[in-house]
Design a protein around this ligand. Structure first.
Ligand code: GSH
Length: 197
């Protein structure tokens, strides 16, 4: 039995994505959360970013690289489809989700801080643009239970980790925009049932 230790902040989507992958693969692991900013650099001297995983002494950081490592070491079930074209779409959507939703998350949080300080919101059109990104996802999903496939994969974990975190982290305006995208709510529920360990 391999010894797996995951280091990361529990609230971060990148950490949740890796936890979802470990749950899908039914891999037991120890989870250690940072207690101070110094822990990030101490655990990952290369970039100072978490999550980082240690599998039997091999340490890998960056959630996408961690999923690659998990698939290489523990291939069942795989996190990408066996069809290379579908696998490419799943990887692309994973990257798209990170780029798109990190942007909205940061701008939303910055807007909250600005509002607290009496300044203008940093990005007034945010909710409208965010709604468009959600509609993009609804289109990508189409009638399938998971993105591009009938089985869950890394694209599902990436989208789920962002959307479940966003629903908790942001205010009612954005949460409302999400509630009306029923296909995404149902997708999140399907992934949660499998990836919440
Ligand atoms: N692309 C990386 C992003 C990791 C990342 O941004 N982690 C954040 C946690 S939310 C972090 O470590 N931030 C600490 C910092 O920026 O100093 C991944 O997928 O793991």
């Amino acid at each position: 039995m391999s010894k797996i230790v995951l280091y990361g902040p529990i609230a971060a989507p990148f950490t949740r994505k890796v936890q979802g992958a470990l749950a899908l693969k039914k891999l037991p692991y120890e989870f250690i959360e940072p207690q101070s900013p110094e822990d990030y650099r101490r655990w990952n001297p290369e970039t100072g970013l978490l999550p980082l995983i240690d599998v039997d002494g091999d340490r890998v950081h960056d959630s996408a690289h961690i999923l690659d490592l998990l698939d290489a070491r523990f291939p069942d079930p795989p996190l990408v489809a066996s069809d290379p074209k579908v696998a490419q779409s799943q990887r692309r959507l994973e990257q798209w989700a990170e780029a798109a939703f990190t942007f909205y998350w940061i701008h939303y949080l910055r807007g909250l801080v600005n509002a607290d300080e009496g300044g203008p919101p940093s990005h007034p059109g945010l909710a409208g643009e965010f709604a468009q990104r959600l509609d993009d996802l609804v289109n990508f999903l189409g009638a399938r239970p998971f993105f591009y496939a009938d089985l869950p994969g890394r694209a599902d974990l990436a989208v789920w980790s962002y959307l479940s975190g966003l629903r908790q982290a942001v205010g009612p305006e954005v949460a409302d925009v999400m509630e009306t995208r029923v296909a995404l709510i149902e997708h999140s529920a399907r992934v949660s049932a499998l990836a919440n360990g």
